[in-house]
Design a protein around this ligand. Structure first.
Ligand code: SF4
Length: 107
């Protein structure tokens, strides 16, 4: 087992798995959630997947899981992989800004 798999398992345990049993997508077409691209017909699939996520009671847990386990493909928690990348990048930039803002302070 590689390190990435171990980290993924640890993240899964920290987020918990029970939320999956309440997923609104359990009976949906998986291809909607994992389109082959983000253009053309796939855009309609993504929109349909996001509509399912919009009515899902475990959306927050799903997104938390996707972020914690670095899910690189598919719609999770109502977000596409690109939207999650942007979110992570913004969080990192905010964290760096917070560190820089506090770097010159003396206590
Ligand atoms: S938020 Fe979307 S992808 Fe996640 S469990 Fe709910 S319906 Fe499925």
């Amino acid at each position: 087992m590689v390190v990435a798999e171990l980290l993924s398992l640890r993240a899964e345990r920290s987020v918990g798995r029970d939320w999956r049993t309440s997923a609104a997508c359990r009976t949906a077409d998986p291809e909607l959630f994992f389109p082959v691209s983000s253009v053309g017909r796939a855009r309609d699939d993504i929109a349909q997947a996001k509509a399912v996520c919009g009515s899902c009671g475990v959306r927050r847990q799903c997104l938390q899981f996707a972020l914690a386990t670095h899910q690189m493909y598919g719609v999770w928690g109502g977000t596409t992989e690109e939207e999650r990348r942007v979110r992570v990048r913004e969080q990192r930039e905010r964290a760096r800004g917070g560190v820089r803002a506090g770097a010159g302070r003396s206590v």
